[in-house]
Design a protein around this ligand. Structure first.
Ligand code: LRH
Length: 488
């Protein structure tokens, strides 16, 4: 008897992948069957996701997975907050917006005039980000598409709908909308009503580990997967999947899920909805099994990715290993920025924006590309430290180890500097935490693993991690933090 294989569709901001995961008692093996670019497109009325290309890439990936052997089920995760609107007939209205589109700032102000930031936080416990679904909806409100909208589906739910015809709202991702009650774990009828939104727009919630539906016959035919193959609801928010796969059995762990964003925080049993927590802009997103992901978004590898895109456009591309080697040789603490400065959010010339931010804080531009990369990575390490220290303080918890998971865990400088800045040991990996979390929830739905603790034990037993111990003096990190006025 062969160990069952699950197909994880993991769509990230820069690429989408279909990965198969083989799960046995002491076995958890991933194989990437297909990777495709996720290229957002700017049209006159905004920055959009090419959702058909994503769906097609996913179908091709599932076909590649089916060619390798039997697939027990399929699960989909993506980034949070973004959505498609369906009309009464179930057709998609328009092309889904990208959260980095600039239209949301003014709309956020309108929403906050209706319901104060304090009142919102007391219910949804969500950090203020201009692109939270609730603000995006306000920005779309006067459009004809909005008038025709009958159902809202978050991105992974939309793709599940196109695979199966089943509609629903997966809870971990629904918790990023701003319309979800962090205490009860249900849609907030109060907020929905106070903001004048139609309650019917929001489909019934569904929990990770349940069956969403089965493939349409035409999907089965195209992909070569057997008719009736189930699509399992996973923790469809990629960050929730990543946190579920943190290889730990210690209570005092903190995590940084590091990819395009760095999501740094703690796993808690209950939300922290205090005024102090709101002021510090911490979020209480839903995790697997009713856990709370108490964290803050840090701008993450986006800063580096966007520098590289700028340099590529200049016609002088550089390899990542080359850049990292230059960064390692660059002057320490030559320049630091606050990664969370909203000026970095939109796509565009990142080195120029870094220069401007440095000038504002009386610092000189970095020396060469290695200098920019060093600036980004040291600044991220500092932001990890400030965020985790503040999270621990606000939640009344002690942190003894940091787990850095996601693609960023391959970046040795970032891991070492996170250890150095915080003075805490860093366990780095797995880089594929999100895909692992996706696969494990499917495996659990099929009776192969137990609860969160069991899932994490399997990850710890089967996946490679690296350990970083803090080195050097924290003095320079303290002084760099002071330079920026960073707390913690
Ligand atoms: C990371 C992520 C993050 C969200 C952002 C929109 O991919 O899901 O958790 O805040 O994308």
């Amino acid at each position: 008897r062969h160990a069952p294989v699950f197909a994880a569709v993991d769509l990230g901001a820069t690429s989408g992948r279909v990965i198969t995961g083989t799960v046995g008692r002491d076995e958890l093996v991933l194989h990437e069957t297909h990777r495709f670019a996720n290229t957002p497109v700017r049209i006159p009325d905004g920055l959009r996701w090419d959702v058909l290309a994503l769906f097609q890439g996913m179908l091709d990936g599932l076909r590649a997975a089916a060619l390798r052997g039997p697939v027990t089920s399929v699960g989909i995760d993506t980034w949070a907050v973004d959505y498609g609107l369906l009309d009464a007939g179930g057709s998609l209205l328009g092309v889904p917006f990208h959260y980095r589109d600039g239209r949301n700032g003014a709309a956020a102000e309108e929403v906050l005039a209706q319901v104060s930031a304090k009142e919102l936080y007391e219910v949804n416990g969500l950090q203020h980000l201009p692109f939270n679904t609730v603000f995006q909806l306000a920005a779309q409100r006067s459009t004809e598409q909005w008038a025709a909208a009958r159902t809202l589906l978050l991105m992974p739910d939309l793709l599940v709908y196109w695979l199966t015809g089943a509609r629903g709202a997966e809870v971990t991702n629904a918790s990023t909308t701003g319309l979800f009650d962090a205490r009860t774990g249900t849609w907030s009828d109060t907020l929905i009503e106070r903001l004048g939104l139609e309650r019917q727009l929001f489909p019934a919630l569904r929990e990770p580990g349940t069956r969403a539906g089965t493939l349409f016959p035409h999907v089965a035919e195209y992909t070569g997967l057997p008719a009736g193959t189930p699509v399992t609801t996973v923790a469809s928010h990629d960050t929730a999947s990543a946190v579920a796969a943190v290889p730990t059995s210690e209570p005092g762990f903190a995590y940084v899920s590091c990819g395009t964003w760095s999501l740094a925080g703690l796993e808690l049993d209950a939300p922290v909805l205090s005024e102090e927590s709101r002021a510090a802009n911490f979020t209480n997103e839903r995790g697997v099994d009713g856990t709370v992901r108490y964290l803050r978004n840090i701008m993450g590898m986006w800063l580096l990715e966007e520098c590289r895109r700028t340099w590529d456009r200049d016609g002088t591309p550089t390899s990542l290993p080359g850049l990292l080697a230059e960064a390692a040789r660059a002057r320490p603490f030559g320049a630091v920025i606050d990664p969370d400065d909203p000026v970095f959010l939109a796509p565009g010339d990142m080195p120029a924006r870094i220069d401007t931010a440095l000038a504002r804080t009386g610092q000189a531009p970095p020396d060469g590309r290695g200098g920019y990369v060093r600036c980004v990575l040291e600044s991220l390490a500092l932001a990890h430290r400030g965020t985790l220290r503040e999270a621990a303080r606000l939640a009344g918890r002690e942190v003894t180890r940091i787990h850095l998971v996601g693609g960023g865990s391959r970046n040795e400088l970032l891991c070492q500097w996170t250890a150095d800045a915080t003075g805490l040991p860093v366990t780095a990996g797995p880089a594929e935490a999100t895909a692992l979390g996706n696969v494990l929830i499917q495996a659990r739905a099929h009776g192969l693993v137990g609860g969160l603790a069991d899932m994490r034990r399997l990850v710890a037993r089967t996946q490679d991690v690296r350990h970083y111990t803090p080195q050097g003096d924290v003095g320079p990190w303290d002084r760099a933090a002071d330079r920026l006025g960073i707390r913690g």
